[in-house]
Design a binder for this molecule. Structure first.
Ligand SMILES: NC(=O)c1ccc[n+]([C@@H]2O[C@H](COP(=O)([O-])OP(=O)(O)OC[C@H]3O[C@@H](n4cnc5c(N)ncnc54)[C@H](O)[C@@H]3O)[C@@H](O)[C@H]2O)c1
Length: 348
């Protein structure tokens, strides 16, 4: 049987993470790449042992391609996804799914119309600690949920924004600290706490120059469950700190710092049982991306790509399909709307 063939559209930094993940999955093979800059595609193909294709249609149309992974600038995710759908190929898109809910909907619709799988990379959902917190919150192990907070206090240098023309633009980045960096925590927060019903927010560009989008955002939330919460996101504080997720209920809760569990109490659990959970999820790999975007391991991408392959070959469900991927974009859109108008937003 031939390997499961992947193609990658976009040959920047995260494309390398996908390439390395695929190289470590038995039965998976990267067969071709595309970039709008042909020399970059050729160089990436040469160093990766695959072929370069001149157009998205040629990439998606190959007989040895089963799925296209989309790693282009965020506001150019839709076009490669549409080319894949039209060729009947499954689609795995980097976060954010797209930069507006309108473009997300066009992608979801195309995948439905052409009967192909659509997945969206949110690798933090594959960190065992976040799965455990999600399970506890949804099973009532923390009692009634009271507070859900996400803090992403990161540092991205001026050079980081200067080096990619698409970064920091509304059209191609879709937003700033929220839409690009904090979106992983925004996704986890709404996955664990449930949907947000009301949001009021302020955003600003406080320290970076020459970007259209916010480098700092704060939002106050009321979840549909009645719980309250906050999101704080910045890419402008030096030196940058590990991201935090705090989930608190009437009978317990959890604090996760950079995907490592630092506090844990579950309803009805003994001190010994709580300590065991802390020991199990209190170590492990930290990402380190709070100060350096390149400090990203491929291990969690590998887990999500493996789940995607299984969904294609065996029909199993995806943790983050198109609809799930759309949710964080919808919440961030609502935050931007509130910041722009100065009014709370409820149609999220
Ligand atoms: N899952 C994660 O943790 C993670 C981490 C980094 C990036 N990402 C996502 O991956 C995507 C790419 O990010 P990156 O860090 O690799 O960026 P990058 O700048 O290194 O690469 C971007 C790629 O998109 C291409 N591109 C830029 N503008 C384009 C346009 N107008 N039309 C077509 N192609 C265009 C570039 O040529 C390049 O191949 C983004 O959507 C980003 O949000 C995800």
């Amino acid at each position: 049987m031939r390997p499961f063939g992947f193609a990658i559209a976009g040959t920047g930094a995260i494309a390398r993470v996908h390439r390395d993940a695929i190289a470590n999955i038995p039965g998976a093979k990267l067969v071709a790449v595309w970039s709008r800059t042909p020399e970059r595609a050729a160089a990436f193909a040469a160093e990766s042992g695959c072929e370069a294709e001149p157009t998205l249609e040629a990439l998606a149309g190959r007989d040895d391609v089963d799925a296209v992974i989309v790693t282009t600038a965020s506001g150019y995710h839709l076009e490669p996804a549409l080319a894949a759908a039209k060729a009947g190929k499954h689609i795995l898109v980097e976060k954010p799914l797209e930069v507006t809910t309108e473009r997300c909907d066009a992608m979801i619709e195309a995948a439905r119309e052409h009967n192909v799988k659509l997945g969206c990379i949110f690798q933090s959902r594959f960190a065992p600690v976040n799965r455990r917190v999600h399970q506890a919150a949804t099973a009532g192990e923390f009692g009634r949920l009271v507070l859900g907070d996400a803090y992403v206090k990161w540092y991205r240098s001026q050079e980081y924004y200067d080096q990619g023309a698409w970064r920091g633009t509304w059209q191609l980045d879709g937003g700033g600290a929220l839409m690009n960096q904090a979106i992983h925590q925004v996704d986890l927060l709404q996955w664990i706490m449930g949907p947000v019903a009301w949001v009021s927010a302020q955003t600003d560009t406080l320290a970076r120059e020459g970007i259209e989008v916010e480098d700092t955002a704060v939002a106050v939330l009321r979840f549909a469950s009645g719980a309250l919460g906050v999101i704080e996101a910045t890419t402008s504080i030096y030196p940058g700190y590990p991201k935090r997720l705090e989930i608190h209920g009437s009978a317990g809760g959890a604090v996760v710092v950079d995907d490592v569990l630092t506090e844990w109490t579950a309803a009805g659990a003994s001190e010994e049982e709580n300590r065991k959970v802390l020991e199990e999820f209190g170590g492990g790999e930290r990402s380190g991306t709070f100060a350096d975007p390149m400090a990203l391991s491929f291990q969690r991408h590998k887990l999500q790509i493996e789940e995607f392959m299984q969904a294609v070959t065996e029909g199993t469900p995806l943790t983050v399909d198109g609809e799930e991927g759309r949710k964080s974009v919808a919440l961030i859109e609502a935050i931007y709307r509130s910041a722009r108008t100065g009014e709370p937003v409820t149609d999220i």
